[in-house]
Design a protein around this ligand. Sequence first.
Ligand SMILES: Nc1ncnc2c1ncn2[C@@H]1O[C@H](COP(=O)(O)OP(=O)(O)OP(=O)(O)O)[C@@H](O)[C@H]1O
Length: 692
Amino acid sequence: MTVEVLKVRGQVNKVRFRAESGFAIFSASIENEQGRDEDATLVGSVPPLEAGDTFQAEVTLEEHKDYGYQYRVASMILDDTPVQLSEEGVAAYLEARVKGVGKVLAGRIAKTFGTATFEIISEEPKRLLQVPGVTESTLHKIVQSWEDAGGERKLLAGLQGLGLSISQAQRALKHFGGAALDALRQDIYALTEVEGIGFLTADKLAVGLGIDDDDPRRLVAASVYALQQAQQTGGHTYLPKERALKGLSHYTRVSAAQAQLALESAVELGRVVDDDGRVYLPHVLRAEKKLASVVRTLLATPPSDEWTVRKEDAKGLSDEQAKVLHLLQDHRLVVLTGGPGTGKSTTTRKVADLAEKLGLDVALCAPTGKAARRLGEVTGRSASTIHRLLAFGPDGFRFGHMEPLLYDLVIVDEVSMCGDALLLALLNALGPGTRVLLVGDADQLPPVDAGLPLIALAETAPTVRLSRVYRQAQESPIVSAAHGLLHGQAPTFTHKDLRLVELDPDGAARRVAGLVRDLGGPMSVQVLSPMRKGPLGVELLNSSLQATFNPGSGGTRIGDFEVRAGDLVVQTKNDYQNEVFNGTLGIVLREGGGKVQVDFEGNVVELAGAELWNLQLGYALTVHRAQGSEWRTVLCALHESHANMLSRNLAYTALTRARENFVAVGSSRAWTIAATRQREVRHTYLLERIRG
Ligand SMILES: Nc1ncnc2c1ncn2[C@@H]1O[C@H](COP(=O)(O)OP(=O)(O)OP(=O)(O)O)[C@@H](O)[C@H]1O
């Protein structure tokens, strides 16, 4: 149903709510040729407006189930200065807009000059001195804040004139400051430097500005974008030149010759680097080289503290597990890998015990909050995220080469989830002689970030690969199925604790809700899926599970879903203020008035404004987001329609999220495909650089 867009002029009556994202709820009197609404409610991303502001906007009328009719702002241009204001309107505007002017003074100025006030401030500010209470310094404040506000408003209007939406214009203004308009007029693709605005958005604006397909600015931006995509979607640290050229042609639709030219100019401009046929983004190449050199130093320098291993220190460990203790005697960097139930945590605990017995200071950390919490539980010690250990803050990591960590041994768990950049930050912060033990399961999904450092380190550092499975594994079909997967065998799903329900994707979401009910409801089973979209994707599963287990209407809208008390939610970004990390599950205690209170496993936080955008429904999670967590029972959707996602590591990771009971829904063929498909090769040159 196409909704009619209305063009209106309006004047703001009152701003009711405003988020720093620019989203606001305000009342205004609006009119157009069809009529007038004295006190309309408008919502949407708007420029920083105040009572009294006048504007022209395109709005669509919508009916909110709780608040009734309201207008959603599609686009809005604020007038430089408000027009046709009443005396009260002028006073209200001055008071809201101009620093140093309170209610009384605003009233006097408005009384003295009426609707000519704004003109006088702009053209003959000295005349304001005749108003009692306006001193030279007050006048200076009035003129200064008027110019700032006016300047910003002109910039926003100019940016919107380039085709930017209001929120894009605000982000561009925040990023470029006063130079925003000039910067983007020179090169609209500079917009790709702004957080959250990609090449495709800039490209759309460029078309509107009549920029040619083969414009050098466009081609250079596309070269950078091709590599950013390779990094973000494929986790590659570089692209082989031919692949970079193919990506470039794909995004720009230009000829191969032009793509070659584009890449060369991007290299000349230093936007990308051609490292002997491997094309990198400069900062990614620097990180890879730096990480290789830090690792080589760790491999070449002796540990500083005395480390002696007695027989009793290895009690309860197998010979291969005990080898870790011995390797740490002479090596600063040791790697411990193994599948589920092979004794990694048991060994880690013994290493920490021995280190403490030797009087060493030990730090335990992991890439995610969930993994850190689990590491703390299995070792009986406090553990933190790597970010916290390195004191991550607004200007990056505090600890680093200049200010090293003061520990004698650092143990890192779930290292398979660390990309190059995070591992570099950690290793770069080790003090001279400090030991580090990296623990992980190299067969799990690769990190979301670029690089595959655990693989390279397991090939170059002293490494113990645990192969024997201990956790009641022989009976537990899950662990043996997981190990089978690694050898290309699909699970057989013939055990009560490891079964498969063939489901046709269409209408499957409802069937899944029924299965979840049979398994005891959302608190007893975690639903996973490889993808967000599609009939068996996380989004559809979440809405179907919410409708089944927490039905109702209303609640707090977040993007295209609503949360209500009782809903299961998941944090999707690390939030250091509230100490809530990506992947942590929580329950909504209550919501209302733009706020949502969530109990994240005992950490009760109240989220509002932009923080709400870090929440998603958590009845179903992607396999990626489930990494580092495990549940007693897991129900996982896997179907051949997930085609390009199916890989051995994905299936293995999904399977190993279940401690006792795993239910696959979809098709057994999907598992057969997954078992035979190794993950796509990830372009990284770290191993070769470590080997020198
Ligand atoms: N050498 C051993 N002899 C006997 N049992 C062992 C040995 N090592 C570990 N176990 C037992 O095997 C089970 C799994 O051990 P642990 O949790 O350390 O494995 P893990 O590799 O950390 O598993 P996950 O990867 O799931 O964390 C535990 O119950 C542990 O007590």
